[in-house]
Design a protein around this ligand. Structure first.
Ligand code: UFG
Length: 329
């Protein structure tokens, strides 16, 4: 299939692009390289550097695009709390421009990177897809808005759309891993501490209603997550917007994650107690029964140790700040 991957130079987009190339698809990556890396675009995919508003329509017309996988987005919860306008413009505005370009070019399928953050503080854990959408931060609100737009575009224009709601993605695949200029995610930060690139990790809040007081998350291997995208591509149905949660169904607290990182790396990880981080729900754990039943998705690397070990192998293979480290304070 001829596929356009927006954000394919980023962490998750590049892993999916690599798997698409391996599966024999014709892949064009559109990425403005604001947070992505040109060298993360797999050999065999073509990179067009630039924004969705400026380039998506021309790229689709030129490629004869049959499906879009849409990763390009801002995705840092604390930043979204501080600068919500960036998220409404960068996430919602660009996604609407992408949908319009698809309509003009007659592209009939889209797989979209949605998020567990649309559920806010859930009533039911593990969280099913029909749980109320009540985002607790602007990042989640923008993703929920795009999900709503996809429902409407499927109804109005007959496209087949799939939203994949990611829980906490980690690990690495084929030399592709997380390397954000400013890292905010727990596992890469802890691994930077283990490497001696940071003094310590701050634990944001120990007074949540969870067994050890720290936030509980469902960690999923990026390669398993990527495989779900290839399945979703095959399961787009004209006129329908389908939604799937992607997680392993097991929650780990911040303290448990840090302990697994200590075990995997064999290094000490000093911890500093800190206050709660704005926008963090206490517990996010997925029910992925729907993805298993309807997509035939089976996560093959569900263990947190394996996820951390793959992330660690990536981090140790990438020197210094290229792995997203900030200078030692
Ligand atoms: N945390 C710390 N210290 C750190 C970094 C994180 O204690 O230095 C804590 C956070 O407060 C949170 C947990 O570790 O409780 C996980 O935080 P991450 O930043 O790794 O991930 P989030 O759960 O905030 O966010 C991730 C994605 C979002 C997505 C969300 C949905 O980054 O895009 O999962 O669960 F929306």
């Amino acid at each position: 299939m001829r596929v356009l991957v927006t954000g394919g130079a980023g962490y998750i987009g590049s892993v999916v692009a690599a798997q698409l190339v391996e599966a024999g698809h014709d892949v064009v990556v559109l990425d403005d390289l604001s947070t992505g890396h040109a060298d993360a675009v797999p050999a065999g995919a073509r990179l067009v550097e630039g924004g969705i508003r400026e380039h998506a329509q021309a790229v689709m017309a030129e490629q004869g695009t049959e499906a879009v996988l849409h990763f390009a987005a801002r995705s840092v919860v604390p930043e979204s709390v501080a600068h919500p306008d960036r998220y409404w413009d960068g996430n919602v505005g660009c996604s609407l421009a992408l949908l319009e370009a698809m309509r003009v070019c007659g592209v009939g399928r889209i797989v979209f990177s949605s998020t567990a953050a649309v559920y806010g503080e859930p009533e039911t854990v593990p969280i099913p897809e029909d749980a109320p959408v009540r985002p607790g931060n602007p990042y989640g609100a923008t993703k929920a808005a795009i999900d709503a737009a996809l429902t409407e575009h499927a109804r109005m224009h007959g496209i087949g759309a799939v939203s994949l709601r990611y829980f906490n993605v980690a690990g690495a695949y084929a030399g592709l891993g997380e390397r954000h200029t400013t890292e905010t995610h727990l596992i890469p930060i802890v691994l930077q501490v283990a490497r001696g690139l940071r003094e310590s990790v701050s634990v944001y809040g120990a007074d949540y209603p969870t067994p050890d007081g720290t936030c509980v998350r469902d960690y999923i291997h990026v390669a398993d997550l990527a495989e779900a995208h290839l399945l979703a591509l095959e399961h787009c149905r004209p006129g329908a917007h389908r939604v799937f949660n992607l997680g392993n169904g097991t929650g780990f607290s911040v303290r448990e994650v840090i302990e697994v990182c200590r075990e995997v790396t064999g290094h000490p990880v000093p911890v500093v107690a800190a206050g709660r981080r704005a926008g963090d729900p206490a517990t996010l754990v997925a029910s992925s029964e729907r993805a298993r039943a309807e997509l035939g998705w089976v996560p093959r690397r569900p263990g947190l140790r394996e996820i951390v070990a793959d992330a660690w192998a990536f981090h140790t293979a990438h020197p210094g700040p290229a792995a997203g480290a900030e200078p030692r304070a």
